[in-house]
Design a protein around this ligand. Structure first.
Ligand code: 3EB
Length: 334
């Protein structure tokens, strides 16, 4: 195991390969960041999916979600899922050549059907990997804009208001349509959090796309013992709704880290009635998405100074949703 962060009964680690079940319970899900497309499928008793997220020079890893209790798995309309009584993990993918708006909307609605039917209605975190994310479409927009439209339509049709949108990541991939996975909870203990330095993404002006991106900057999950965990969305060098430091990898990375520090800090959390003070040293299960492979050493140097020594940090070489963003960083803070 490279690293692990645990959420009362749930643990996320980046591993070299998927090996065995949970310590006493099960494996809720495994997502391979590699150079191939596979799944979604229930395999060896857990949902599994692989996405091409870099070439062979970038070390592949598996993001593995383990739980202390037993899991029940299943498949529904092309989705693979597992649940343990408190958490539900689900992964899915659209067809590569399908209409992106409709395919995304349908896949998301199928996912909402699963979370409702199985009784895990509280969305906590979503990840999206979109092939050709920066490519223009025939209507003057781009692939990311079409993904955002399909996703927004699904949330509208699913009756999810802006205040209940969960933390998310949306980055590019090197193939396989739109791949996505999510975590949802049975009990209502999620608080969705915004960043005072950034416009809520769901209120971005229309110049970024006909439908604004549907996500919160972070989702905080309170534990019964008064502690909690915070899912930090993919965060970039955006102030208000504008990209800042275009073309400057160093300053984009430091601005991104400042944005995260403000998001997880005491002052911001207190606005939501959360009594916690988190810093960059409390981040784990960090993913640093870097647009240009040659910038990865630079990202590593900057991040090594700010994250804890034992933090799990993975570097992934993919496009970011805006062509002018060079880096995006997500994490779990606790
Ligand atoms: C941003 O802040 C940068 O569309 O789900 C970050 C995290 C970004 C999630 C998404 C997009 C998404 O707008 C991009």
């Amino acid at each position: 195991m490279i690293s692990a962060t645990s959420l009362a009964g749930l643990e996320c680690g980046f591993e070299h390969a998927v090996t065995g079940a949970g310590r006493d319970g099960g494996l809720l899900g495994a997502i391979e960041y590699s150079s191939r497309v596979a799944g979604p499928i229930v395999r060896d008793g857990h949902p599994f999916m692989a996405m091409p997220m870099g070439d062979d020079e970038v070390t592949p890893f598996a993001e593995v979600w383990r739980t202390t209790t037993g899991v029940v798995t299943g498949q529904h309309r092309g989705l693979a899922y597992a649940c343990d009584g408190e958490y539900l993990f689900l992964c899915g993918r659209t067809e590569e050549d399908a209409d992106l708006v409709t395919a995304t909307e349908e896949a998301y609605l199928a996912a909402f059907e699963v979370v409702r039917l199985l009784g895990y209605p509280h969305l906590a975190r979503m990840w999206n990997m979109v092939h050709r994310i920066n490519e223009p479409d025939e209507r003057g927009g781009d692939v990311y804009g079409r993904f955002c439209k399909g996703r927004a339509l699904a949330f509208e049709r699913g009756g999810v208001p802006a205040e209940l949108l969960p933390a998310a990541t949306c980055v590019g991939s090197h193939g396989g349509g739109v791949a996505f996975y999510l975590l949802a909870c049975r009990t209502p203990r999620a608080t969705h959090i915004e960043n005072p330095r950034q416009t809520p993404a769901y209120r971005y002006p229309p110049k970024y796309g006909v439908k604004a991106p549907s996500f919160a900057r972070a989702t905080y999950l309170a534990e019964p013992d008064g502690t909690g965990r915070m899912f930090v969305s993919g965060t970039a060098s955006i102030i208000g709704s504008e990209t800042v430091h275009k073309g400057d990898m160093t300053r984009q990375t430091t601005t991104t880290l400042e944005n995260i520090a403000i998001l997880v800090g005491r002052e911001n959390l207190s606005r939501y009635g959360i009594n916690a003070d988190l810093t960059l040293r409390d981040l784990d299960a960090v993913k640093v998405y870097v647009k240009h492979k040659a910038d990865i050493p630079m990202a590593r140097r900057i991040c090594a100074d700010v994250f804890a020594e034992d933090a799990g940090v993975a570097y992934v070489n993919v496009d970011i949703c805006r062509d002018d963003l060079l880096v995006e960083i997500e994490a779990v803070a606790s």
